[in-house]
Design a protein around this ligand. Structure first.
Ligand code: FES
Ligand code: FES
Length: 167
């Protein structure tokens, strides 16, 4: 039986406590302990980006981060984008451009796109392509996803607390 630790961190702006085994991933904690299933399990080994979250303003693969390492951090998941104006614009753009097919990559892609636009407002196409290169999509061929993100990048950018804006 693995040792357990009590951790406390800010999750989508809310102070959160959990008791987790030392060998549990942040992805498993989100899905199986905290019930936040928006963050997807794709590969489990840092290759697909389906599990993308933002920790202290940096996008990370939740499958590669131990849950205990969330202690004291600011963590944002796709659920935290529910009332986010930039994420609203991204959601609408993904639908308008047909950038969602099976949808399995979409939460991670949305997290990464939102983080990209928070840190690179007005990002050009090359920046967008580089920004999402760690997020795999088997359905869309990426063109529609890049177009969707670019259409939002061309709009005025609202701020998103916790998503890594530059000061
Ligand atoms: S599930 Fe984490 S990168 Fe694929
Ligand atoms: S829409 Fe299916 S993997 Fe991206």
């Amino acid at each position: 039986m693995p040792l357990k630790h009590d951790i406390e961190f800010t999750l989508n702006g809310v102070s959160t406590r959990a008791t987790v085994p030392v060998d549990m991933s942040t992805l498993t904690m989100m899905r199986d302990v905290l019930g936040l299933t928006g963050t997807k399990y794709g590969c489990g080994e840092g290759e697909c980006g389906a599990c993308t979250i933002v920790v202290d303003g940096v996008s990370v693969n939740a499958c590669l981060m131990f849950a205990v390492d969330c202690d004291g951090r600011q963590v944002a998941t796709i659920e935290g984008l529910a009332a986010d104006p930039r994420a609203d614009a991204l959601r609408e753009a993904f639908v308008a451009h047909g950038a969602v097919q099976c949808g399995f990559c979409t939460p991670g892609m949305m997290m990464q796109a939102n983080h990209l636009l928070a840190t690179h407002p007005g990002a050009d196409e090359e920046t967008i392509k580089r920004g999402i290169e760690g997020n795999l999509c088997r359905c869309t061929g990426y063109r529609k996803i890049v177009d969707a993100i670019a259409s939002v990048a061309a709009q005025p950018q609202p701020g998103t607390p916790g998503q890594g804006e530059r000061p």
